[in-house]
Ligand binder design. Structure first.
Ligand code: ADE
Length: 214
């Protein structure tokens, strides 16, 4: 069982994603266990403050290092060997290979979701992996965390249905994109389907599919 702990100020953002489809089935089958940790619980004082202004000036607020570190320590107390992941536009580009490695390592994940204009850089001393999920800027780490979770959990043994799904090159190649697929009807509003798919010729179909990969 892979334990995935997410540290966030917005746990409700995850409910729809983790409670649907394959991600839900994975936890229902006991393959994965999701824990949402509210960063607010580790805030300072009566107001449970988690942010402060940047040294050197500038707009916006930064997440303070102490609530982040205490939340990580809390998560680590449940799963001492877990890898701590920080989504950030300054991280390494997250690729299929990274998902493969995280799934194969079969270690727990602790994913920290930054908000506001950023975080105190010193938190990276408690972080193992920093990932950027694409060259655009999001309002927080929650969507990247969900992308990482989805890409890893689908690779865990028993999550995907088809016997071949896990090994199929088209689902696993480091930057392979799936070939186009079609289902009934054979003709839709004048649009047909590639005839080779009706041929019953497995080798020709495989060759056509290989050819179609982008
Ligand atoms: N936080 C904001 N934008 C991000 C991105 N593109 N990848 C990872 N974390 C982010």
């Amino acid at each position: 069982m892979m334990r995935i702990q997410v540290i966030t100020l917005f746990p409700e953002m995850f409910k729809g994603v983790l409670n649907s489809s394959m991600l839900f089935k994975a936890s229902d089958k006991g393959i994965v266990d999701y824990q949402l940790i509210n960063l607010r619980d580790f805030g300072k004082g009566l107001r449970k403050r988690v942010d402060d202004t940047p040294y050197g000036g500038g707009d916006g607020m930064l997440l303070m290092v102490d609530p982040l570190v205490r939340a990580i320590e809390h998560a680590k107390s449940l799963d001492p060997t877990a890898s701590v992941i920080l989504p950030t536009p300054r991280g390494k580009m997250f690729k299929q290979d990274d998902a493969n490695q995280l799934a194969a390592a079969n270690k727990g994940l602790i994913i920290l979701c930054p908000r506001y204009e950023g975080y105190d850089e010193r938190v990276t001393n408690w972080v193992d992996l920093e990932y950027c999920i694409g060259q655009y800027v999001l309002t927080g780490g929650e969507l990247p965390a969900m992308v990482i979770i989805d890409s890893v959990v689908r690779l865990l043994p028993g999550v995907l249905g088809g016997a071949n799904s896990a090994q199929d090159e088209s689902f696993q190649g480091s930057d392979a994109v799936e070939f186009p697929q079609y289902t009934r009807p054979e003709e839709y509003r004048g649009l047909g389907i590639p005839k080779v798919l009706l041929s019953g010729h497995h080798a020709e179909i495989a060759a056509w599919r290989k050819n179609q990969k982008k």
